[in-house]
Design a protein around this ligand. Structure first.
Ligand SMILES: C[S@@+](CC[C@H](N)C(=O)[O-])C[C@H]1O[C@@H](n2cnc3c(N)ncnc32)[C@H](O)[C@@H]1O
Length: 297
């Protein structure tokens, strides 16, 4: 099946990171059922659709209303594809247990989200400090800042931004007051990262979604996750490692109950973008892809 429009026709460009590696890792069967849990502008989803035959199915999820609009264009008239506007932590409500042959998470925000000043994700563009992936739900970054005690702000910036100057920044909370240090990096990078992760509960979303994704996979189904910072990659790495180990209390014992047996098999090592991709798309620099396969229970 062809005729998938390129991402730049869908209201902003997003270059899908590790596109081929991620799609290859899903090991797509033409008649399989796949889930793209982070549709964005459909870069990966379009590629999945391109590899599916007439019997294949794709469920795409995103909480962003602009992603929904892009999906309406990409999926128009394609009965194989279904878009769900939801948090991916609600995956189990939209994907039946043991029904998916592969699930992809390409975490974080898309380039069009970052580039639109009105979304407030970027410190290089003037706009309201919103930062919600779903601007119709929850508190914006500005609302959070207005109501947060200094102590809470320090904790968010230190933990989610891994920012050692959290205390000083929280006190000043003006990017100009942040001491510059890492060459080539804007001094507000870590603070903005922290606010974005907090406002969207990104780590909580991921922790809740991963077990649901495993439950939604068929035996031998693939889970592919691309993370963009160490906090989320740590969650993915531990989740896959623990899933591949099973309950250590039963390790090596023959009568382990189903719940204690390993549920996952690790597939390959962590994957990274090569120099050529990073040169084309600097966002790919921090990408880490991990892949696991669901074991029969
Ligand atoms: C990096 S972009 C995905 C780009 C996409 N793979 C592409 O090629 O166009 C991440 C997307 O995931 C969405 N997203 C992030 N966290 C989410 C969550 N917890 N629930 C639903 N969507 C989420 C964001 O709104 C964003 O559109």
């Amino acid at each position: 099946m062809t005729g998938v429009p390129p991402a730049q026709l869908l209201g902003g460009e997003h270059a899908p990171v590790l596109r081929n590696a991620a799609i290859d890792s899903l090991a797509i069967r033409a008649d399989g059922c796949y889930v793209d849990a982070t549709f964005g502008r459909g870069g990966h989803a379009g590629e999945i659709l391109g590899r599916l035959g007439a019997e294949g199915k794709l469920v795409a999820i995103d909480r962003d209303p602009e992603a929904a609009a892009a999906a309406a264009v990409l999926f128009a008239g394609d009965v194989r594809a279904r878009f769900v506007r939801a948090r991916f932590s609600a995956l189990a409500q939209h994907v039946a247990p043991a029904s998916a042959d592969g699930i992809l998470f390409d975490l974080g925000v898309s380039s069009p989200q970052l580039d639109a000043a009105r979304r407030g994700f970027s410190f290089t563009r003037d706009g309201p400090l919103d930062m919600r992936m779903d601007p119709e739900s929850g508190a914006s970054a500005a609302e959070f800042l207005a109501g947060a005690a200094e102590r809470e702000l320090v904790a968010v910036i230190a933990k989610l931004g891994e920012e050692r100057h959290a205390r000083r920044i929280a006190r000043a909370i003006v990017a100009a007051a942040v001491p510059g240090r890492e060459p080539g990096r804007h001094p507000a990078t870590r603070t903005f990262q922290a606010l974005r992760i907090h406002v969207n509960d990104e780590l909580g979303e991921l922790e809740r979604a991963l077990p649901q994704a495993v439950a939604a996979l068929v035996p031998r189904g693939r889970l592919v996750v691309i993370a963009f910072h160490s906090l989320e990659d740590r969650i993915v790495k531990r989740f896959m490692r623990d899933g591949a180990r099973g309950d250590p209390a039963w390790a090596g014992l023959p009568q382990a109950p189903a719940t204690a047996r390993p549920r996952l098999k690790l597939v390959g090592r962590a994957g990274f973008a090569d120099e050529a991709e990073v040169a084309r798309n600097p966002r790919a620099r921090s990408a880490v892809m991990r892949v696991a396969e669901r074991l029969p229970s």
